[in-house]
Ligand binder design. Structure first.
Ligand code: SF4
Length: 420
């Protein structure tokens, strides 16, 4: 098979993996090598089929011995199969890099003969790129669950980011939909990677020559909507992963039905709004000091479709509002709908010099169409507002303080494919 035919098959097969964002790495290039993630300005744009256009996003192989219900590459699907050799991936990466098509490589794979055999070949690609080609660009390697600790360690030494896909939010769903995958085989490498990242950071404080281990951290991906777990279960799992496994990002991927299988739900379309809400809630946990238990509960286990999670929380907690802009702590400001991390910081900084006025808030970047219902400025509310939750809800919906995601559902950015 020609290499371009393989490329068609294996780039197409990789499009369902959403976890290829590439922030956070600062691998500096050398004068004798090629590529530099610091200068590369790795782009976060997404093609309409899920590819991150600045990375060469491919599978090493789609010839899988496993049979996960939700996957287009499962063993029982009659799809065209292809596998790259390590050398072919290296040549493609270098060629595309030189042509300025890409700034790095995102390499995943189906399980070929065994997890170790597959992982060994993937690590071989990264090793050739770093040592023979002296490639300094970005590399993201997927870890195949079940591969040896030694290979996981090697992967982390060559790649900027490594990730193990958790796939489904519970071990019951994993057993049902991906019976050949074991929960332990997913969690063990995650935990090892978390420890190795920490150790590497400590060692590099004492010696700059100490090797770096996955400097852009580890991430994972979860499929949303293929199994019955609630958003609360998903957020609690996410919270645990951030706290215990030292994860940089959890990616949520709306389930796209590609197989007919009576273990899978029948969906009219992928649950993109749900995916969007989960990203918003994830953001609240990482940057706004919210816990999963504050966002949802056993009694209300799913995210509101109408309002974003922060507005939803604010509507459930009228006792917390109004917040006085000229006195509230930073952490309190962060809880106000319409005030983000940057605007909260600016408010705190600006208050040192003068009293903040409504006009000042607009200049600071506060989204007043939402915030005005929840704040006072020097004791004065912005308009005569009925603070009953039902009234606030209708004011937000009737005014322009609702969520644009509801009026205009999330859609991935459409950009021309690099192969057309
Ligand atoms: S292991 Fe499962 S999810 Fe991965 S390629 Fe094979 S069938 Fe698909």
């Amino acid at each position: 098979m020609e290499i371009l035919d393989k490329l068609q098959i294996l780039s197409g097969a990789a499009r369902y993996d959403a976890s290829c964002a590439s922030s956070g790495s600062r691998r500096e290039g050398s004068s004798s090598g090629i590529g530099n993630t610091s200068q590369g300005g790795i782009c976060h744009s997404w093609a309409d089929d899920g590819r991150c256009i600045s990375l060469l996003k491919i599978l090493l192989s789609n010839d899988c011995i496993y049979d996960c219900a939700y996957c287009v590459n499962r063993a029982t699907n009659p799809v065209p199969r292809a596998s790259f050799s390590a050398r072919e991936v290296v040549e493609l990466t270098m060629e595309f890099y030189r042509r300025n098509y890409i700034e790095g490589l995102f390499l995943s794979s189906a399980v070929m003969q065994s997890p170790d055999q597959t992982m060994e070949r993937m690590v071989g690609v990264a090793e050739l790129l770093r040592t023979e080609e002296r490639f300094g660009g970005y590399i993201h390697l997927k870890i195949i669950p079940g591969s040896s600790s030694e290979l996981v360690r090697k992967a982390g030494l060559y790649a900027d980011r490594i990730s193990v896909n958790i796939e489904l939010p519970s071990s019951e769903s994993l057993k049902r939909l991906a019976p050949q995958k074991q929960k332990q085989a997913i969690l063990e490498p995650m935990s090892l990677i978390g420890r190795q990242i920490q150790e590497s950071l400590v060692e590099r404080k004492t010696s700059r020559r100490a090797p770096r281990f996955a400097p852009a951290g580890q991430s994972t991906q979860m499929i949303i909507g293929a199994s019955p777990e609630s958003d609360f279960q998903i957020l609690k799992l996410t919270q645990g992963l951030y706290r215990k496994m030292n994860l940089k990002r959890v990616y949520y991927s709306a389930f796209v039905p590609v197989n007919e299988d009576n273990r899978l739900p029948v969906l009219a379309s992928p649950p993109l709004l749900r995916e969007h809400r989960l990203y918003q809630a994830d953001w609240l946990m990482r940057f706004y000091g919210f816990s999963a238990e504050e966002i949802l509960s056993d009694d209300a286990p799913n995210l509101d479709e109408t309002f974003d999670p922060k507005t939803s929380w604010a509507l459930r907690h009228p006792e917390f509002f109004p917040v006085e802009i000229n006195r509230a702590d930073y952490a309190v400001l962060l809880r106000v709908p319409g005030i983000g991390v940057t605007s909260a910081r600016r408010i705190v900084a600006a208050r040192r010099f003068s009293v903040i006025t409504p006009e000042g808030l607009k200049k600071i970047g506060v989204v007043m169409k939402r915030a005005k219902y929840f704040i006072t400025c020097s004791g004065r509310p912005f308009e005569k507002i009925d603070r009953q939750p039902a009234m606030l809800k209708s004011s937000l919906l009737l005014g322009d303080g609702g969520d644009t995601a509801v009026k205009k559902p999330p859609k991935q950015l459409v950009l021309p494919g690099i192969f057309t």
